[in-house]
Design a protein around this ligand. Structure first.
Ligand SMILES: C[S@@+](CC[C@H](N)C(=O)[O-])C[C@H]1O[C@@H](n2cnc3c(N)ncnc32)[C@H](O)[C@@H]1O
Length: 193
């Protein structure tokens, strides 16, 4: 959410922490929703193709040599099997279930065989219909010797998700589950094509 929101409307999730470490990767990494802080671009630089619906978010993100393209992840403009890794760092929480389904299908299509879809995201309970209609998360990201304080917020109704719901969405799209980890509300999910 770019604009200021009345605090009374915000349901704050407990503060979270994510430790990011680089990994070996052949070829390019496609980062879905790579605007915001641009954490994946910061970590992997020129290896990254960062796409985002919002040109403004992309412009504000750390680029570190990444190629930034304004693109809708529900309708990727890449040919089949172009990437070894696709990442989504707290971007799926911004999408409703029907968009998530399309994104998973598109990610599956553009990944090579044995390619990985790596997801960091937050567990979000169903909106209770009260006056709080925005869900927000403060996050500390540990990035190879540097700590970044950031926060992500989104309109709450329709955004419920969990590690298990995204793992199931992955399986429904043809992926195998490679790894699942959860710490408080924050989770990590590796899906393998
Ligand atoms: C706040 S960012 C997530 C954090 C970001 N990955 C980082 O490194 O800080 C979420 C982004 O997802 C983008 N987004 C939402 N739906 C999208 C879609 N269908 N296709 C591409 N980007 C989308 C939003 O524009 C927003 O910039």
């Amino acid at each position: 959410m770019g604009q200021e929101v009345d605090k009374k409307r915000i349901n704050f999730l407990p503060k979270g922490k994510v430790k990011m470490v680089g990994f070996e990767c052949e070829g390019r990494i496609l980062d879905i929703g790579g605007g915001g802080e641009g954490i994946i671009s910061h970590l992997f630089g020129e290896k990254v193709v960062a796409i985002d619906l919002s040109r403004e978010e992309l412009k504000e993100a750390r680029s570190n040599g990444a190629l930034r393209i304004e693109m809708d992840a529900t309708d990727l403009k890449f040919l089949d099997e172009e990437f070894s890794k696709v990442t989504s760092f707290f971007s799926l929480m911004y999408m409703d279930p029907s968009d998530q389904r399309k994104v998973f299908a598109e990610v599956y299509r553009v990944l090579k065989k044995e390619g990985e879809f790596i997801i960091w995201d937050a567990e979000i309970a169903p909106c209770d219909g009260g006056e709080k209609d925005v869900i927000a998360l403060s996050l500390t990201v540990e990035l190879e010797g540097e700590e970044i304080q950031t926060g992500y917020g989104v309109y709450w109704p329709g955004k419920e998700q969990s590690l298990e719901s995204l793992a199931k969405r992955g399986q429904d799209s043809g992926f195998k589950v490679g790894k699942k980890e959860q710490d408080g509300n924050i989770f990590y999910l590796k899906l393998v094509k």
